[in-house]
Unconditional design. Structure first.
Length: 189
């Protein structure tokens, strides 16, 4: 490969990545449309799994990945439990690690909820994972024979166990990771 072929391939790759980034930038404000599209992809993938009666391992891996991303989405970026442990050990507050970002006492000032995984990155990861899973379901090498009810039971067990822990964390530190639920509203008067 000479220099001109390399420059041409580099330019076309660079052009594609720029166009893709422009596309991503344009769809950022359209959260509902993005999530509807991803939901349709998930339904198509699940229909493929149900009608083909196979590829349960891929569906299970996708479910575990989406659960992990959802937990990161509803978790605060700076964990107050970890921050309080640091304060007790060191006796000082480290602003870089973000101790005390969530109010732990009634008199604490309000600080906005900062997610560990932003919504757009959550959507992007979920969409990529669904597309990859759908693609993998066309190859028989990924159709490993398993007893699917065990995988389903185990996924629900993991879901309830992790959500119970996450909800108790939310109650303990008094935060709600969802948009406007439970926040004070001020009138325009």
């Amino acid at each position: 490969m000479d220099d001109s072929e390399f420059a041409t391939s580099f330019t076309s790759t660079n052009t594609f990545s720029r166009r893709y980034q422009i596309f991503l930038d344009k769809i950022v404000p359209h959260a509902v449309a993005r999530w509807i599209t991803t939901s349709i992809l998930l339904v198509l993938f699940m229909m493929r799994i149900i009608f083909s009666q196979g590829w349960y391992i891929i569906a299970y891996a996708l479910g575990i990945y989406l659960l992990n991303m959802f937990l990161a989405f509803i978790s605060p970026k700076f964990d107050p439990e970890f921050s309080q442990t640091l304060e007790q050990e060191d006796g000082i507050e480290d602003d870089q690690n973000g101790p005390g970002l969530l109010p732990t006492k009634k008199d604490d000032e309000f600080r906005p909820f900062i997610r560990r995984l932003p919504e757009f990155k959550f959507w992007q990861g979920a969409t990529y994972a669904t597309i990859i899973s759908f693609f993998c379901s066309f190859f028989s090498a990924f159709d490993i024979p398993v007893f699917w009810p065990i995988l389903l039971f185990y996924w629900f067990f993991l879901f309830f166990l992790t959500m119970r822990r996450q909800i108790s964390h939310m109650i303990k530190y008094k935060y709600v990771p969802f948009a406007n639920f439970g926040k004070k509203r001020y009138s325009s008067k």
